[in-house]
Design a protein around this ligand. Structure first.
Ligand code: MG
Length: 374
């Protein structure tokens, strides 16, 4: 099988709640997502999606994803989409770094592999574990009282894991964590995700102030070394996210006992191929994971579901259903949340069928169609 064309589509994804706010005064109200179609010579197309969390979260931004795909795609025409290891080597030799650019292409090729073999991606990644898996709900940064109130609302929707967006003023963050902890019921899980927002001394102050609270601390500071210093100080369970951008950082973190849980985002590490490699390493070494992506819609949510659903339950700390946060649905067959849980499709590949009317005209077609002569 050969790749004959790569196309990209751009879609705006507004949020049901108006905006999403996290550390450093960052917020997004409309996500800019890119859907990638990889076309082959055997009448199979695969679909992928890349949606950065705005330009200030990771070294990634939406227009950059499209520029990178435009740069990379011509080098992949003629490649075998089923040979995912070879394809990833080709992408890495054609473009250094920029894992998020490669993610949607890799995802689309997994979709092709699933369709060509008649198997859902979850089967190719080890098999569906149980009927479904648990999701967390991110709670946009707000006043302590409003964030605590959200927990009750989201619990009614079935969620039991709540991720507070902190990483702001440490005194307010301590209040946010304490207010949220007060409304927890038995079985709820609380995570305080600072998204790199605290300096080291601020993080240690907050960690000390919540020593008696049943809460996980996620990515308190910008660098690995700062996070490690906080980790060695706190008695709370600890999650690393933004700094874990590849398998080397997972190996380093495990050697240093730098975290109890890794937040594994598909596009942060370059696609499903690399994410599965990290997932399997974490399972072998006993490190639990939140399996998700930076953001996205129906296709990203489907890809997350296949990786998460094929992960042993005790190592799947939580996962995300981004398509329920946004107002635009653009693919049939995408997984839909039920009682705070999600399940990967049993159909071949990702199990999604994009709605071409919502996708509209492609913003990128490689190779460009030749103009007919008059
Ligand atoms: Mg995080």
């Amino acid at each position: 099988m050969k790749i004959t064309s790569i196309r990209a589509y751009q879609i705006d994804l507004p949020l049901h709640e108006g905006s999403y706010k996290w550390s450093g005064g960052n917020s997004v109200s409309v996500f800019d997502t890119t859907v990638v179609e990889v076309v082959t010579d055997e009448s199979i197309s695969g679909w992928g999606e890349i949606c950065p969390l705005g330009p200030a979260y990771l070294p990634a931004y939406a227009a950059g994803a499209r520029a990178g795909i435009a740069e990379l795609a011509p080098r992949l025409i003629g490649a075998d989409p089923l040979a995912l290891g070879v394809l990833n080597e080709q992408m890495d030799s054609a473009m250094r770094g920029h894992p998020y650019v490669k993610s949607a292409i890799d995802m689309a090729c997994w979709d092709i592999l699933g369709k060509a073999s008649g198997q859902p991606i979850a089967t190719l990644m080890g098999g569906h574990v149980g009927a479904d898996f648990a999701l967390y709900r991110a709670i946009s940064q707000d006043t302590p009282a409003r964030m605590a109130k959200r927990i009750g609302e989201y619990r009614k929707e079935g969620y039991r894991k709540f991720q507070l967006k902190v990483g702001g003023d440490p005194d307010v963050d301590i209040e946010r964590i304490r207010a949220a902890a007060k409304v927890l019921t038995r079985g709820d899980v609380l995570i305080a995700d600072a998204n790199t927002g605290w300096t080291q001394h601020e993080a240690i102050r907050v960690a000390d102030a919540v020593r008696d609270v049943d809460v996980y601390i996620e990515q308190p500071c910008m660098t690995y070394e700062q996070c490690l210093a906080v980790r060695r100080h706190t008695n709370r369970p600890f999650v690393l996210d933004e700094v874990v951008d590849g398998i080397d950082m997972v190996v380093r973190g495990i050697a240093d006992q730098a975290m109890d849980v890794v937040n594994l985002k598909i596009s942060k590490v370059g696609g499903l191929t690399r994410a599965r490699q990290i997932r399997d390493l974490c399972v072998s070494l006993g490190i639990a994971m939140t399996i998700e992506d930076t953001w996205g819609g129906d296709i990203t949510t489907a890809a997350i579901a296949h990786l998460a659903h094929s992960t042993p339950e005790r190592f799947l700390f939580s996962s995300t259903d981004f398509n329920s946060y946004v107002t635009v649905a653009f693919a049939d067959g995408a997984p839909q949340r039920a009682k705070g849980r999600l399940a990967a499709s049993r159909a071949p590949g990702l199990g999604v069928k994009p709605k071409m009317k919502v996708l509209g005209q492609p913003v990128l077609v490689v190779p460009q169609p030749t103009k007919s002569r008059r």
